[in-house]
Every structure is written in C-alpha cells, then in structure tokens.
Design a binder for this molecule. Structure first.
Ligand SMILES: *[C@@H]1O[C@H](CO)[C@@H](O)[C@H](O)[C@H]1NC(C)=O
Ligand SMILES: *[C@@H]1O[C@H](CO)[C@@H](O)[C@H](O)[C@H]1NC(C)=O
Ligand SMILES: *[C@@H]1O[C@H](CO)[C@@H](O)[C@H](O)[C@H]1NC(C)=O
Ligand SMILES: *[C@@H]1O[C@H](CO)[C@@H](O)[C@H](O)[C@H]1NC(C)=O
Length: 426
C-alpha cells in the first residue's frame, strides 16, 4: 500500500476559498483541454512512449481541474489561464531566442542575495545559484526534491517573466530527444537545444584532456570529448559562473555534453520509472535504480539528466543551477512527477516518500557521483524513516521569494500556492 498523507492534510490546505459551481457549469469545463491548450509538437521528433502517457493524461488533467472548479477549490486556476510549459524544441525559434535573452537579462541584473554572505553573487541569476548551493542537502531530501524544486523553478519563471519580459513559460527538455540528437563527441549539430546557435543553450565545451568524465571506476560516465569552455559566440559563452559565491572569480562555463549520460534517460527508461506504483519507488528509481551490471547506462534519470551537461557548474551538485540547462532538467522531472501524480490523483497528489533508500542528496553521502543522488553503486544504504510531519513543513526560499509555501501546497501545480501555481506541461 502506498503511503499517502492526503488523509492527514487539513482541508484549508487542500481547498482554497471560492464558490462552488453548479453542475451545469462544471460540465462546461469538460472538453476544456482541447479548447484551451494549444498542443504544438516539433515534427522532427516522433512522439515517444512518455509523450504518449502525457496525451492520455490530458483527460485526467481536465477531470482534476473540473472537480476542483466544481468544488470551488481551484483558486482561480483553470485551463483557460494555465501556463503551458513546453519542450524546448517545441517552442518557436523566436520563443527560444526570447528565453535566451531573458536568462541573459537576469544574468545582468543586480543580485539580491545578502552581500555579506555572497560577495561573489553579482546577478539575479546568481541569487538562484546561491540558494541552491547553500540548501543542497535539504533541497534533495525526500520531502523537498519535488515540491521545493517546483517552487524554485516557479520563482525563476516568474522572475524571467516579470523582471525580464519573457512571454512564454519555463521550457523543459525531453531527454530522449537529446539522446537522439547528440553524437558521441557531444556535438549536437541537429540539436535545437545544443547546436550553439542563437536559439540554443550553447554547445559542448572545447576538448579538455584533463576532463576524463564523472563517477567512480564502477559507474563512470566517460568524457564525451568536451570539458572546456563553451565556444565563443555561443549563447552563455560570456557568462561568468561563480564557484561558491564567496569570492569574485573570472571563469567560463565549462561543459561536456554527454550522449552516454542522456542514454540513461531515454523514453523507455522514463516510461519504466512512470510505472512506479508508489512514491517511494518513484523517488528511489529516479535517484538510484537497482544496480545492474549488464546495463551500461544505469545512472538513474536524475543523474543522467544532470550529467548531460556535466562539468562546471552543470556537474556540481551545489552550483548546478548556474548552467541554464539545469532548469530544463528539473522542469522535466517536475513534469514527470506531475504526470505520475495524475495517474491516480486521489492517492498520489499529496504523497511524500516515506523512505529514501538513498540517503538524501546530501553532500556527505551522495554516492559515488559526487552527490548527484548517487548512481547505482550497489551499496546498501540504510533506510531512513521520515521524522517530520510534512503538514508542518514550509518551503522558504529566503532571498528568492517572500512567498513561503506549505510543503504540500507545492504538490499541486493547478491551484496550489494559493493559485499562484497554475501551469501544465505539454
Ligand atoms: C481569475 O482569472 C481571471 C481569468 O484569467 C482573471 O481575469 C482574474 O483577474 C483572476 N482573479 C483573481 C482574483 O486572480
Ligand atoms: C538554430 O537552430 C534551430 C534548430 O535547429 C533552427 O530552427 C534555427 O533556424 C537556427 N537559427 C539560426 C539563426 O541559425
Ligand atoms: C571560494 O572560491 C574562491 C575562488 O575560487 C576561493 O578562493 C575560496 O577559497 C573559496 N571559498 C570556499 C569557502 O570554498
Ligand atoms: C539489466 O540491464 C539489461 C541491459 O540493459 C536489461 O536487459 C535487463 O532487463 C536489466 N535487468 C533488470 C533486472 O532490470
């Protein structure tokens, strides 16, 4: 039996204020998905098995929101006003360029993080890195991995839109597309994500003989042939990531775009993850799948997604949000979690992992991937039982946001956070 906290959640948290609709009004909501959501898919890619789950989930999205609207608990979130997060390659080229522009805009705005703690944080972009860096252990424990990153990315999306005029919504990445597009040496000439042009996130880094890969001898993702600075002229080649925020330092964004990493998150693997019957399985399979020596790409989807753009800061568990690819990966995980919840929304919406078989992505125990949640090392890690009541937990992003979100409110992206979360993934 999956453990669910839903029965323990106080009703004020589950349901916001509002007026219940009549049955006729509720019925009118049905069919609203097709009427309101413009589905655009890049014809260069065949629809994969995970996207097929998304397609069959649309009626569930509709039913979920219709039920909330009928009960007056949707906090004004409807499919009419929901944001639509799309895969990068499904965005129009001008939308991609606008995203790159907006990220650069945040990178040029002054920081808000406390100067005394982070003299090296100079931009609004750095604010997010500084938060992640100082809260990495909590951000990845079994309570926070999903909801705290949901809030973190929503705050970033809001900053991009409100402070930098970005018109669309946060993009995500489909790992399967990356796995198909990248060639073995990490170059992605056919990749809208990484071909290096003005509507991409920049390409791989120059070859660096000192960069040999990531992981231990047993579970190693060898270098894809990059590791150095991303090439001059590519988006973000001018960006100066910080190491630890405590000092100003002049460095480049270093990357190794890695096909072998992406092969650990292909659609068939993500599909298997989506079959997890309870949140503990979902969480643990995501972070550390059981060891399988005959599987050359057994990294788990979380590690795989991070190491697609390994090195600095992308491969650093603390400062990884410095590389703009980070948000595409965590939005992708947010999408998978949301789709997984919707398969059995009554039982899954508020379920929190009870045990992590991996020690929470804690910098001391993160497994042999230097803390990315651990690759499958076969190591038996002690099961840790949750000790805190999730009903009492609040996500506080400190200098990033004045909005403190009760943990379980951040489980619901269609009306949670007092209606401020209102978006879907297509
Ligand atoms: C509710 O959503 C509608 C439609 O987008 C909008 O016009 C209205 O201002 C919203 N009301 C509140 C209280 O947010
Ligand atoms: C950049 O690449 C994308 C995807 O391959 C393509 O559609 C777009 O036209 C390219 N833009 C430029 C300026 O070359
Ligand atoms: C932070 O980074 C700077 C520059 O790279 C380095 O000199 C300093 O020792 C680092 N501080 C800590 C606490 O790691
Ligand atoms: C281990 O990996 C191999 C190769 O990918 C696969 O065929 C096999 O089903 C996996 N075993 C388990 C138990 O998942």
């Amino acid at each position: 039996m999956p453990f669910s906290w839903s029965s323990l959640v106080v009703s004020s948290l589950l349901f916001g204020v509002g007026t219940a609709l009549s049955e006729a009004e509720a019925a009118a909501i049905a069919g609203s998905y097709a009427a309101n959501i413009k589905v655009v898919k890049n014809p260069a890619y065949a629809i994969d098995v995970v996207e097929q789950i998304e397609v069959t989930t649309r009626s569930k999205v509709e039913a979920f929101i219709a039920k909330k609207v009928a009960a007056g608990t949707n906090n004004n979130c409807t499919l009419e006003n929901a944001g639509v997060r799309r895969e990068w390659a499904d965005l129009r080229v001008d939308e991609r360029e606008d995203y790159v522009r907006a990220v650069k805009c945040l990178m040029a705005m002054p920081a808000r993080a406390p100067k005394d703690r982070f003299p090296g944080a100079i931009s609004r972009w750095d604010d997010f890195v500084a938060y992640h860096m100082t809260h990495a252990a909590e951000l990845h424990d079994n309570y926070h991995l999903f909801p705290a990153h949901k809030h973190f990315m929503w705050v970033l999306e809001t900053a991009l839109r409100n402070e930098c005029g970005y018109k669309s919504w946060l993009p995500y990445m489909n790992y399967d597309r990356i796995a198909r597009d990248l060639v073995a040496d990490g170059t992605g000439a056919t990749s809208p994500h990484f071909n290096g042009n003005s509507s991409s996130l920049g390409g791989t880094g120059d070859y660096d003989p000192l960069y040999t890969g990531v992981g231990s001898a047993q579970t190693r993702i060898p270098s894809g042939g990059g590791g150095g600075c991303i090439k001059a002229g590519h988006p973000f080649s001018e960006y100066n990531p910080f190491t630890n925020g405590t000092a100003l330092n002049k460095r480049c964004l270093r990357r190794d775009l890695n096909k072998n990493a992406a092969l650990g998150a292909t659609a068939d693997r993500v599909y298997k993850l989506m079959q997890s019957q309870d949140i503990d399985t979902f969480y643990n399979m995501l972070l550390t799948p059981p060891r399988n020596l005959s599987d050359p790409y057994n990294w788990g989807v979380h590690s795989a997604g991070h190491y697609i753009n390994a090195v600095d800061p992308g491969g650093d568990p603390m400062t990884s949000p410095g590389d703009p690819v980070f948000h595409f990966h965590h939005a992708a995980l947010d999408r998978l979690w949301w789709m997984w919840q919707l398969q059995d929304i009554d039982n899954r919406l508020y379920s929190v992992p009870l045990y992590g078989t991996v020690v929470p992505m804690n910098m001391d125990h993160g497994g042999d991937m230097g803390g990315m949640g651990g690759m499958s090392t076969g190591e038996q890690v002690e099961k840790r039982q949750r000790v805190t009541d999730p009903n009492k937990m609040v996500i506080d992003l400190e200098w990033l946001s004045d909005i403190k979100v009760p943990l379980l409110e951040a489980h619901d992206q269609l009306g949670g956070n007092r209606g401020q979360f209102c978006y879907i993934y297509v």
